[in-house]
Design a protein around this ligand. Structure first.
Ligand SMILES: [Zn+2]
Length: 417
């Protein structure tokens, strides 16, 4: 199995993808280039292909579009000259003249190897092939059970995969005769039990080997789901993972979808519990003076340098990107701090803003400084776990307010950082 991306890598890549997705091309032209190079791609070959594309672009009917495409390809070509070979997981490049009128360039080293070479020139950036890699590690099992059917699915992030539907044989279901009607009544209880047993066995088969299974949510329209939960039809290891039992109206795949919608809060609570535990662990180490806790920006950075950090806890509140905004027409410039989560919105808003000095609509982001990403990269280099902690829990808010939002759990005790 390939190494899965850490939650931090996912977190940051999600932001990049959101930013790319929110970009529009200059005047809606087909001039945004998305280039995916899998591991082992020859840089000279790609460069050759881009030179050919650039030649073709000269023939594009709209002069403005042709120029924009040529500018994008030239920009990529000049950067490829600086690269000896593509990184081990490949490289995805997004480049083109956006709404801002500027040629923007973004290169992303994906957390998992890219599988194929893709070149697209369109009015938007094609991030969908990277998005495939963004799958959350954590999985949840969903089971919808009623008296005669059961549906099973896995939920990973927002991605739902239906695994199986089980329908128990109920004699006379389609029959009209009174005799079969009586037969059903006689056998109903027994059949219901058999059905729940079968549902339990199916769940064991489907879920027991799932390593990253964080929890199971069970739903159904009636009593059957409660019998299923209370009757211990599930293997104990799965039984322990039940995080909720919900009333829902539908069965089958429709029921699964309804259950997924209604579980949002439950699943969020699982993450909150994890976050609480992480901060509590830090507070415990600090309280017992074990030397295994570090806080303070300088101290934490020092611990990373020493390779001593096991887990880095970063408050989401600290995820602020500093952007230098300049006007392309005059000398105006300002520095703004924008929350990581809001950065994509900020960038698209900027396009509609006018320079406060000269009134020109050509404000652009000259450079950005992403502290969390920089610290995260350093921590990743020493294979530390990096956890982004929200302030939605009391512990998360303590982390931010009392400890500056950046602390570390250490691999070995250090007393004088
Ligand atoms: Zn200006």
């Amino acid at each position: 199995m390939s190494q899965t991306a850490s939650s931090f890598e996912n977190y940051k890549m999600k932001q990049y993808i959101e930013r790319l997705e929110s970009k529009k091309s200059f005047n809606g032209a087909t001039c945004l280039v998305s280039l995916y190079m899998p591991p082992g791609t020859s840089i000279p070959d790609v460069s050759q292909q881009l030179v050919e594309e650039r030649g073709t672009a000269a023939n594009i009917k709209s002069k403005a579009t042709g120029k924009a495409v040529i500018a994008a390809l030239s920009s990529i070509l000049s950067r490829l000259k600086l690269i000896q070979e593509v990184p081990k997981n490949g490289l995805a490049i997004f480049c083109g003249m956006t709404e801002s009128g500027k040629v923007e360039y973004t290169a992303i080293t994906p957390p998992e190897p890219l599988s194929r070479k893709i070149y697209v020139c369109d009015s938007r950036f094609h991030t969908e092939y990277l998005k495939d890699q963004l799958e959350e590690k954590d999985q949840f099992g969903l089971i919808v059970v009623d008296r005669e059917s059961a549906a099973f699915a896995l939920l990973r992030g927002n991605h739902l995969s239906h695994l199986r539907n089980v329908t128990s044989f109920v004699p006379g279901k389609h029959g009209k005769g009174g005799q079969s009607q009586r037969r059903i009544q006689r056998g109903t209880e027994l059949l219901a039990q058999e059905h729940l047993k079968k549902a339990g066995e199916t769940a064991n088969q489907l879920f027991l080997d799932k390593e990253d299974l964080k929890g199971i949510v069970i739903g159904g329209p009636a009593m059957a789901k409660d019998h299923f939960v209370n009757g211990n039809y599930l293997d104990n290891r799965l039984q322990d993972k039940i995080i909720g039992v919900l009333d829902i109206g539908y069965t089958g795949e429709e029921g699964i979808r309804e259950l997924m919608d209604k579980s949002t809060e439950l699943l969020q609570n699982v993450r909150y519990l994890e976050e609480k535990e992480l901060v509590q662990r830090f507070l415990r180490e600090l309280g017992t003076d074990s030397g295994l806790a570090a806080y303070g920006q300088k101290e934490v950075l020092r611990a990373i340098e020493l390779g001593a950090v096991d887990t880095l806890l970063i408050s989401e509140e600290l995820d602020v990107i500093q952007a230098k905004i300049t006007c392309q027409q005059c000398d105006y410039e300002r520095v703004e701090n924008i929350k990581g989560k809001k950065f994509a919105d900020f960038e698209s808003d900027l396009v509609n803003q006018h320079c406060p000095e000269c009134g020109s609509p050509k404000l652009t982001i000259e450079e950005t400084n992403d502290f969390v990403e920089e610290v995260g990269k350093k921590a990743a280099d020493i294979s530390a776990e990096i956890e982004i902690i929200s302030t939605d829990t009391e512990e998360g808010s303590i982390l931010f307010k009392s400890f500056g939002g950046l602390v570390a759990l250490l691999r070995y005790p250090i007393r004088n950082l």
